[in-house]
Design a protein around this ligand. Structure first.
Ligand code: NIG
Ligand code: FE
Length: 413
């Protein structure tokens, strides 16, 4: 039995199974007055309204009326920290007094506060919180997301978090891709002994994670006062030897050399890059590292905005993600970062659409499966309360989703 979305006023999608860079990042396929037919969760046919076998449908088929509106691929959020206990609303007052993100972390707050709460939480509590966030994401058009561990920071608590992430993926309509980020902070019990914590990561945590196949990627917070470039390299190389693809939080708050390291270790992606320098960008371009940019975090931390336009000009594929987490970006929706990417990075709606779909999918190794509306890809589609792509980027701050279809099934609206 098929699912048919009919009366699509405008279909907008990037095309292909790899990240689009340079000029191609802004090349979107637009098809007016169309329908999409899906079978067994996959897109089978895209055709002109009023023609083709999919248009009429058969007995038992599900027909969704898009009412002449815009359809795009489901959004792919390539960077989240959604599994945690311990929201941090109390830090708002510290921020308003002028304390920076790193000041709060150095005082044992920030990530470390969430770590304390996450360690105490049961798997069920973590899953319950995770489901709430995934529900919000799905309602806002995200159909695939990456989730990082990193609020456990002991072998036991990291494994607990990763197992919870796996269960979330099994339970929820949103596809979940998991990243090990035991190198998210140096835990309090290792304060001043980061080399020993790095040893624990490399000798115990990473091998365990790999053995249980709990993650596909290994990520590091390479930042002043957190992990140095040398430590980050050690951790990412160890992850590689165990089969985990490297990712890196680079140049979020200071310029340290993480972008260059991303090139050196051939990371699949480098994330944040607010303060990336020319050398870092050149290294990324040479090694085909995807830039996962997080404009919601720039806004929320009051930081500068990454040089997204220059990155595209230099041939770096740019993805835009939410960075949803309880500290630097407590917001599950990818729509707001998309608006900010357009208005502050000055990317075109077309470039941002690619960034939040196909390029996001490529940054989590899923671009053969999702990220565009093409026959053979998964039937993950959003119908928007918008007549065209520009409207989606012009109207902002409210949820513009009308309907979400996941693997060919209507799951929202
Ligand atoms: O991407 N920078 C490190 N990790 C997150 C923040 C996590 C937190 O504050 O809880 C980020 O900004
Ligand atoms: Fe992050």
């Amino acid at each position: 039995m098929a699912t048919i979305i009919k009366n699509i006023g405008l279909l907008a999608t990037p095309t292909g199974t790899v990240a689009q860079k340079g000029e191609s990042q802004g090349q979107i396929q637009f098809i007016a007055d169309t329908y999409i037919m899906m079978k067994d969760g996959l897109i089978e046919e895209i055709g002109k309204a009023g023609t083709g076998k999919g248009w009429t449908g058969g007995a038992g088929d599900t027909v969704i009326d898009a009412q002449g509106l815009l359809a795009t691929p489901g959004l792919v959020d390539a960077h989240t920290h959604l599994l945690f206990a311990g929201w941090r609303q109390r830090e708002l007052a510290f921020k308003l007094k002028g304390l920076s993100y790193l000041d709060i972390l150095a005082k044992g707050g920030g990530i470390l506060h969430t770590v304390e709460q996450t360690r105490k939480a049961s798997v069920d509590e973590l899953i319950l919180q995770g489901i709430k966030s995934l529900d919000i994401m799905l309602a806002h058009g995200t159909t695939t997301c990456e989730v990082k561990s990193g609020y456990g920071l002991t072998t036991e608590a990291e494994l607990k978090s990763l197992r919870a992430i796996r269960q979330l993926g099994d339970m929820h309509a949103v596809d979940v891709v998991s990243t090990f980020m035991g190198a998210h902070a140096v835990p309090v019990e290792y304060k001043g002994r980061s080399a020993e914590y790095v040893r624990l990561l490399c000798e115990e945590m990473i091998p365990h994670v790999a053995q249980e196949r709990l993650a596909e990627f290994c990520d590091v917070f390479c930042e002043t006062g957190v992990f140095t470039v040398a430590e980050s390299e050690q951790i990412l190389e160890c992850g590689k030897r165990c089969g985990l693809m490297p990712k890196i939080h680079a140049e979020e708050i200071t310029t340290l050399g993480g972008a260059e390291l991303a090139g050196k270790v051939k990371a699949i992606s480098a994330e944040h890059l607010i303060h990336a320098d020319d050398k870092g960008l050149a290294a990324m371009a040479a090694a085909d590292v995807i830039a996962v940019l997080l404009p919601g975090t720039s806004f929320y931390l009051g930081e500068a905005f990454a040089r997204a336009k220059e990155m595209i000009e230099q041939g770096i594929a740019v993805a835009v993600a939410s960075d949803f987490n309880p500290g630097s970006c407590p917001n599950e929706s990818l729509q707001i970062p998309m608006n900010i990417a357009c208005l502050k990075y000055r990317l075109t709606p077309e470039q941002v659409l690619t960034a939040a779909t196909l390029n996001g999918a490529a940054a989590i190794h899923r671009s053969a499966l999702v990220g565009s509306i093409e026959p053979g890809k998964q039937g993950d589609i959003v119908i928007w309360n918008a007549p065209d792509l520009n409207f989606l980027f012009y109207h902002w701050g409210v949820n513009q989703v009308k309907t979400v279809v996941k693997r060919g099934q209507r799951v929202v609206g």
